[in-house]
Write a protein that binds this ligand. Structure first.
Ligand SMILES: Cc1ncc(COP(=O)(O)O)c(C=O)c1O
Length: 389
């Protein structure tokens, strides 16, 4: 097909593997979807009401590129109260189109051709954005025997004089692992020693199980001035479709993001920002309720998966993802995911989508109703035990 001279830059970007699984599934009926990374809940009613009110109040015009000041002020209060990050809403906070825009802007602003970007493997797919700007992703392995937590020695081994940026994502998609305070301090020490910029992607900060502490690396001594942090309302408030998140970072970084926002899309949809304000500044009981459901489902999936011959799964410490080891089943991750889809009508995500170290694992979302989750696990058990019998 004639491509009208599409740039080589854009050809470097791949379609996501998750999309590939979903397009295969779209041909089939009766499929249970454990593939999708979003809450199954509707956005809480008080947030929707605030959006309706905002429309009546005339929030129908271009918003400020950096986001409404009162939304940024509410974010600043939340950051101080919850994360321990003290940020100036005038200069150090920007409202964005989800955490995704912060990923994109960070890569755009800092990656020159040949710059190395350290990412975790398995980890969320930052590869496309890095490659778009001709950066070189350098993977640091996260090992199951270490609870999928970083070994600082592996980080040190990955550093070169071309390292430009370190990307961390705790709690982690896809493993559900959390980097605790001591580990964050070790990472911070390395970042300071090597004068690294850090991008910390924190969409799952509110989904902590067993009272675990979420530590934002920007709060550690000497880190705020070298850290860009991405937060989002997508997961905490079941607001994936509203497309609102925020960036916190040094003044110069936020100013560059604002400048680009003007050229890109002008700003985050006004009505979504008003809904976000209601979410951040409003009652938080809805978050506790959703988290209680995820906690219950975590037990269902953990017990269910570990009861399948050939499968073992460590307990996710956060997020709504389980990342079971399927090496003993004797099929590759892609083959098993395709088999489970066609034989049992369950969508799972092959681990290699999250990096080479993901081979031998699947990612399963437990953001689905309890009964559906139980049915999906029963189907997976039937399918896999046909293979391992
Ligand atoms: C680690 C990570 N970063 C970023 C995002 C994007 O989130 P948002 O909806 O805020 O753009 C996701 C969504 O799944 C994620 O898991």
């Amino acid at each position: 097909m004639h491509n009208f001279g599409l740039t080589e830059r854009i050809a470097r970007v791949d379609w996501s593997g998750i999309r590939k699984m979903h397009s295969m599934a779209s041909q089939l009926d009766g499929v249970i979807n454990l593939g999708i990374g979003q809450p199954d809940f509707d956005t809480p009613v008080h947030i929707i009401d605030a959006a309706k009110q905002a429309l009546d109040d005339g929030y129908t015009r271009y918003p400020p590129a950096q986001g409404f000041l009162d939304v940024r002020q509410a974010v600043a209060e939340k950051l101080s109260r919850q994360n321990g990050i003290i940020a100036d809403p005038e200069t150090e906070i920007m409202i964005t189109v989800g955490a995704m825009q912060v990923v994109f802007n960070t890569m755009l602003n800092f990656i020159e051709p040949g710059d190395e970007v350290i990412v975790m493997d398995p980890g969320y797919d930052y590869f496309s954005q890095i490659k778009l700007f001709r950066g070189v992703p350098v993977s640091v392995p996260l090992k199951e025997e270490n609870g999928f937590r970083l070994d600082p020695a592996d980080l040190r081994a990955a550093l070169t004089d071309k390292t430009k940026l370190l990307v961390i994502n705790s709690p982690s998609n896809p493993t559900g692992a959390v980097f605790d305070r001591a580990l964050m301090q070790e990472i911070a020490d390395i970042a300071i020693e090597h004068d690294l910029l850090v991008f910390s992607d924190e969409p799952y900060e509110d989904l902590m199980f067993d009272g675990r502490e979420h530590v934002s690396i920007a709060t550690l001594d000497g880190m705020k001035e070298r850290t860009i942090t991405a937060f989002t309302l997508s997961k905490t408030y079941a607001m994936t479709g509203w497309r609102v998140g925020y960036a916190v970072g040094p003044e110069t970084v936020i100013a560059e993001m604002e400048k680009l926002m003007e050229h890109l899309v002008s700003g985050v949809t006004a009505v979504s920002q008003r809904a976000a304000l209601a979410a951040i500044a409003g009652p938080q009981g809805c978050v506790d309720e959703m988290n209680a459901a995820y906690a219950r489902r975590r037990e269902i999936i953990y017990d269910g998966l570990n009861d399948i011959k050939g499968v073992s799964c460590i307990k996710p410490e956060s997020t709504f993802y389980a990342f079971p080891n399927i090496k003993a089943v004797g099929k590759s991750s892609w083959d098993l995911a395709e088999y489970l889809l066609h034989d049992q009508r369950v969508i799972t995500i092959p681990g290699p989508i999250f990096g080479d170290q993901g081979e031998g694992y699947l990612r399963l979302s437990f953001a689905v109703e309890d009964a559906e989750l139980k049915e999906a696990i029963a189907r997976i058990k039937t399918g896999i035990e046909k293979l391992t019998a």
